[in-house]
Design a protein around this ligand. Structure first.
Ligand code: THG
Length: 270
């Protein structure tokens, strides 16, 4: 599983305050703890203030890279902010994200092609928003994959996000994501499939339990990446167990190592 650590997100109150105050200690602590917990990328979202976002993104990228060598997942719809990040990254990043919406196709996709980055493709567009069927979401995915490939990106640079909507607002919502994951896996065997899992449990009690169960099902169907809190040890445990049980953990090494390192299982007193 390719873990994208979600915590450096300017829509979170404390992170937003840290960005405004240029509190590098706070941001660097989030970067380090997510790196130590096994992230492969760190999501970087500078918040949604259009006049500050590019400066904030530049500062975040510099601040994070001072303490970790992990590649970044630049999370913005704003081409200026993305460009500021792209000019500073040490490692090839992932751009989060393009969708079927016209401004994103015109403003974000060309940056991914120019800088040859990884790219998250969101299954939504101007016409329908988030389609209520897997077929509707796949129509957008096919269009976006074709554009990205024609522009020179390889299938394995693409991360398809089939989108997750809250189970509390539609009791078939998880099923739409499952059907989409299955369809993407079949149509694009080399592409990665990622999503922000925790949307599923919005408005429900015992969110973590729901997130874990949902993740397990998504992994079975072909999810191979997730935007999550890597410090959530219950979720990490389910993820490593599911990977092992899918035949993707040779000699059960990853699971065993994580256990010995104390990253999963009941917390030991130390
Ligand atoms: N798809 C894509 N990108 C995305 C999302 C997606 N980026 C943003 C979001 N969804 C994923 N990122 C987050 C970041 C924070 C939280 C949820 C999703 C969050 N944080 C809680 C808080 O701020 O209090 C608690 C986190 C914690 O457990 O500590 O909920 O769907 N492509």
């Amino acid at each position: 599983m390719i873990i994208i650590g979600e915590k450096i997100n300017g829509t979170r109150k404390k992170v937003s305050a840290a960005i405004q105050e240029r509190d590098s200690d706070f941001i660097q602590a989030l970067a380090k703890s997510q790196a130590e917990a096994g992230s492969h990328f760190l999501d970087v979202n500078a918040g949604t203030s259009p006049e500050r976002e590019a400066d904030d993104m530049a500062w975040l990228v510099d601040t994070i890279q001072a303490v970790t060598e992990l590649p970044l997942c630049l999370d913005s719809a704003n081409p200026k902010a993305l460009k500021a990040g792209l000019e500073r990254v040490d490692k090839t990043p992932v751009i989060n994200s393009v969708s079927g919406e016209k401004p994103r196709i015109e403003g974000v996709l060309p940056l991914a092609l120019e800088y040859k980055t990884g790219l998250i493709l969101l299954a939504l567009d101007d016409e329908t928003g988030i389609a209520g069927t897997a077929a509707g979401r796949m129509a957008v995915v096919h269009r976006l994959v074709n554009m990205a490939r024609e522009g020179g990106l390889k299938e394995d640079q693409l991360f398809v996000d089939p989108l997750v909507t809250a189970i509390s607002t539609g009791d078939k919502n998880a099923l739409i994501t499952y059907d989409s994951i299955r369809a993407v896996r079949e149509a694009y065997p080399q592409a990665h499939i990622t999503c922000g899992l925790s949307n599923i449990s919005f408005g429900m009690p015992l969110r973590s339990l729901i997130n874990q169960t949902f993740m397990c099902m998504c992994i079975y169907l072909g999810l191979d990446s997730a935007i999550i809190d890597p410090n959530n040890r219950d979720l990490t445990g389910v993820m490593l167990a599911a990977e092992m049980l899918m035949g993707r953990d040779k000699f059960c090494q990853n699971f065993s190592r994580a256990y010995r390192a104390g990253r999963i299982g009941p917390k030991k007193n130390s």
